[in-house]
Structures are given as structure tokens and as C-alpha cells.
Design a protein around this ligand. Structure first.
Ligand code: APR
Length: 188
């Protein structure tokens, strides 16, 4: 089943909306962080501002214990003051033209975030458009990777029954909507 902005994969739904990810009432929102986990601009800054100091306090403990977060990996913290229950922090690749494994690292950022959500028995997760802001990843290609990786993950049994892509601007929203329709057609 698919309409323009929703599709079903193995009893789970994937949807694409335009909005602010910090407003989502959901089990986990994903943060496009940097390896230091100390916050930054973009969605990282918005999440830390909206969630408050509890998020940073947990990030500091994580880095003290295991060091910086490598690109493509993910960790989980509280969502602090936000309506979401958790924040899954992941680090996407910086775009350097596409010949330094950027696609594989971006796919891993989505996959590791989904795996971590499932390991915590979460039912719902929201993603921003990882790496397509400050890190410069071309939006169209990033959207296809995001949707394909998510659909492939949901094809297997998992606790996750809802994945929502929350896009901040119309161009990114359109790219993810197109990618969703492409993936929905492939799943038929
Ligand atoms: N809700 C949803 N999406 C948002 C929000 C928000 N509140 N704020 C920004 N975005 C969108 C941006 O418009 C962009 O489409 O998130 C996408 C990712 O952009 P960035 O936040 O710049 O993330 P990224 O490209 O992965 O760069 C990460 O930027 O903020 C720093 O600390 C961060 O160093 C890291 C780098």
C-alpha cells in the first residue's frame, strides 16, 4: 500500500512529512550529530536546545567511556524535555564527491540507528535528512539511500512498526517523497 507519502513494508509504515523533528511524539528521534557528541548547529543544535542539558550530560558520559562516535555508528540517550522518549545520535559522512565510501557510511548511519532502536524494543523512530545540510551530501542520492536502507531493514522481523522522515524544507521533503514512491513501487 502506498500513497504519495506513506508506504507499508511487512506490517510497518514508512512516512515522509515536512516539519520540525524536535516536536515529534515518538519513541526515538535521530540526531545528525558530529563525532564529538557535544552538539552543533542544524538539527543537532535544535535537538540539544529543545531537549535541554540532560542530553549533553549523557553524551559526555558516553564519550568519556567509549570515545568519539565514528561516522556510521549510533548511540542512544534520553530526549530530555522533548515529547520523544529517546534521542539516537548518529554521525553521517561528510560529502567529498562520492569516492570515499560516503554512500556506505550514510547507509550505516540509518541501519545502525534502526538496529539500536530495535535492540531497545522501540516501536517508532523519526529521522531527519542525515548529512544533507552542513555535511553537503546531495539530497536526492541521500534520500534514496535512506529509504532503501529503511525498507530493507523493515523487511525483517523487528519491534519497529513506524518510521517517520521529518524534513525541514520543501526541497528535501520532495526528494524524500520521490524516494518513498520509488521504494514503494519496488516493493510491489
Ligand atoms: N527538524 C528536522 N530537520 C532539521 C531541523 C529540525 N529541527 N533542523 C535542521 N534540519 C535539517 C536540515 O535542514 C538538513 O536538511 O536536517 C538536515 C541535516 O542538516 P544538518 O543539521 O546540517 O546535519 P548534517 O548535514 O548531518 O551535518 C552535521 O552539522 O550541526 C552540525 O553538529 C552537527 O557537525 C554536525 C553537522
Amino acid at each position: 500500500m502506498a500513497d504519495d507519502l506513506n508506504c507499508t513494508v511487512n506490517q510497518a509504515t514508512i512516512s515522509v512529512i515536512q516539519g520540525d523533528i524536535t516536536h515529534q511524539t515518538i519513541d526515538a528521534i535521530v540526531n545528525a550529530a558530529n563525532s564529538s557528541l557535544m552538539g552543533g548547529g542544524g538539527v543537532d543544535g535544535a535537538i540539544h536546545r529543545a531537549g535541554g542539558s540532560a542530553i549533553l550530560e549523557e553524551c559526555i558520559k558516553i564519550v568519556a567511556k567509549q570515545g568519539h562516535l565514528p561516522p556510521g555508528k549510533a548511540v542512544i540517550t534520553t530526549a530530555g524535555n522533548m515529547k520523544a522518549k529517546h534521542v539516537i545520535h548518529t554521525v553521517g559522512p561528510v560529502w567529498h564527491g562520492g569516492h570515499q565510501d560516503e554512500a556506505a557510511v550514510l547507509a550505516s548511519a540509518y541501519r545502525e540507528s534502526l538496529k539500536l532502536a530495535a535492540a531497545n524494543k522501540l516501536g517508532s523512530i523519526s529521522f531527519p535528512s542525515i548529512s544533507t545540510g552542513a555535511y553537503g551530501y546531495p539530497v536526492k542520492e541521500a534520500a534514496m539511500i535512506a529509504l532503501k536502507e529503511t525498507a530493507d531493514f523493515l523487511a525483517k522481523a523487528t519491534s519497529i512498526k513506524e518510521v517517520v522522515f521529518v524534513l525541514f524544507d520543501p526541497h528535501t521533503f520532495e526528494a524524500f517523497g520521490n524516494a518513498l514512491q520509488h521504494v514503494a513501487r519496488e516493493k510491489k
